[in-house]
Design a protein around this ligand. Sequence first.
Ligand code: BES
Ligand code: MN
Ligand code: ZN
Length: 477
Amino acid sequence: MPTQLKYDTSLGNNKDLALIVAPDQVNQLTELQPEEQQYVQQQVQQEAKLISLNRYSHRLYILLSPDAKTEALKNEALRQAGHSLLKQLKTDKVESITLLDKTGTDASLYIAEGLCLSNYQFQKHKTKDAKPSPLQTITIADENLSGQEVQELANVLEAVYTVRDLVNEPHSHQTATQLSEQFEELGRQAGFKTEVLDLIRIQSLKMGGLAAVNQGSEEPATFSIMEWKPENAKNTKPYILVGKGVVYDTGGLSLKPTPQSMDYMKSDMAGSAIVAGVLYAAAKNKLPLHVIGLVPATDNRPGPGAVAPGDIITMHNGLTVEVLNTDAEGRLILADALSFAKKYDPELVLDFATLTGSAMRAVGKEGLVVMGTAGEEVMATLKQAGDNVHERTVEFPLWDEYKKQLESDIADLKNIGGTDAGHITAGKFLEAFTSYPWVHFDIAGTAYLHSEDSYRGKLATGSGVRLIYNYLSTLAR
Ligand code: BES
Ligand code: MN
Ligand code: ZN
């Protein structure tokens, strides 16, 4: 059950209420009794960020609005404050909280975002000892915000929940076919169109990369095409989102060592989940943009018939690739999707993939690795969108020198580079299959976390959805 986020300005008397207040406003709060006023001021002097008053019929929380260097950092501090508030609400077993901003800003939106994202849980496989969070409803009561603004945020957060659910679901419950069925279901719910190509179609389209990775699997590959095309679209050429849909990555015959590196490889479809999540949010919010999502999906296994190191395969665009490491499978399936994207004559193609351990080592969980050919303006707008939602991007270069590492003795390319800059050589590999403005997002560091990180939570984060939705919505303006 996703946490409900709604807009309602009627306050009533007995609702659990959180007031967002600037520290110097505290002495003007008409809501407080004299004794409460004294207590709150005392707490503010001690630099409390969250003050909690038990009024027996309800609780009153005072959230002190944070100070920060930039607008973006202030908004992030508010999301973090939402995370802290949730801890208190859980302790107090609050089921429904109303947010009321006294600072005359849109602070409630960010508090609600942090609160809602922190309240996510994945408990569907627990048959006992599930501990559902008491909090079910968040209400924004600010007169200066509109119901539409709140609903837009609610839809984006629902998309993040959906992405987290998809990524947390293990391969035992999510084959490539089941993943594409999920996309179809999301399309029905949100109003975008989904077409799923089966293995026969994939082979007849000569998607040799996707077919090769799928060779060692018992489950057929799928290729999903999602489309949101409103009549009032502002763009004539579509924006295309491509996502890596490796539902489980064993490494194939170049088997990953277990236990460490294989245990969470159910999350290797996180890129594909972002694509579906952004389409979901775009369709729900009726974003006036034509957006297409492309997802090649398969598991990567060493079963009979598996592609072997040294094999040569022919890709969708006709290039030949010497597969020297079957664990570098993401780039093989993405390359086919990138080449397929050309037929739409796209305005811009963005791809998302848990592609390399190297990207994770480069920036850890703090940023999304990006590189591309879309030019400075696109890069700057994406960077700004990343700062806005605190899903920050770090750009790496696609200098031609790196391409030397991909030279094969007997084919056009090989699928691995040397030991250094592995995230860049992976990007260079993908670039060979693009022929339009393009940006690649390596989300290996941010998609899935092993310990809690504020409102990003633990396990699947849904990282990328808020960033790309924010980016697209600036284009739609
Ligand atoms: N799915 C992995 C990358 C990955 C690693 C994602 C850790 C999340 C956490 C990808 O398919 C992979 O195996 N990449 C290899 C490439 C190498 C063989 C060139 C890697 O990064 O080691
Ligand atoms: Mn791999
Ligand atoms: Zn992988």
